[in-house]
Design a binder for this molecule. Structure first.
Ligand code: HEM
Length: 141
């Protein structure tokens, strides 16, 4: 059976993915600010697909392939609280993201912009807690 990646490696890949999609989100907001609404929408369709694909990928690795992998990793690093804080931002961010695409495509402007502000706060929390609080080094012995 091929060896599976360590929890630290999966977390590192996710951190890189979060930085990459945040560049896309920033580009989409710059497009919005300049009045290029269509470009904003196009970039965010890519942002939406990549972000949800990363989330689904993580869920498959963490809960189906190696259910105890992350538990052990965070336990050994004493980072269970850090994970809880991160999830408190990232779970609602994922839920709000689901509503961002249909409200944007249907031009429900007030709802879309209102949810967008909430999403930006949750995404900032996801970014900071994910990048700086979660340990990606191999666990100490
Ligand atoms: C985060 C803050 C965001 C703000 C403030 C924002 C704001 C806006 C505004 C003002 C429009 C134009 C609506 C209109 O034409 O009446 C728009 C369009 C759109 N937005 Fe957003 N948005 C945000 C994030 C997102 C995200 C995360 C997604 C997708 C996941 C998204 C997808 C779209 C789409 C698909 C459109 C339609 C573009 C088109 O006209 O072809 N937006 N957004």
């Amino acid at each position: 059976m091929p060896s599976l990646p360590s929890a630290g490696a999966v977390i590192l890949v996710l951190k890189i993915a979060v930085v990459a999609v945040t560049f896309l989100l920033t580009a989409s907001l710059i497009a919005l600010w300049r009045g290029h609404y269509r470009l904003h929408g196009r970039i965010n369709i890519v942002f939406f697909v990549l972000t949800l694909a990363a989330l689904l990928g993580l869920e498959i690795v963490a809960r189906v392939l190696q259910p105890q992998l992350f538990d052990e990793h965070f336990q050994r690093h004493g980072a269970k609280t850090a994970l809880a804080v991160h999830l408190a931002f990232s779970m609602p961010a994922a839920l709000v993201l689901l509503a961002m695409l249909p409200t944007g495509l249907r031009r429900y402007r007030r709802l879309h912009v209102g949810l967008g502000v909430v999403f930006l706060v949750l995404w900032s929390g996801t970014f900071v807690t994910g990048l700086f609080f979660l340990p990606h080094a191999s666990a100490p012995p």
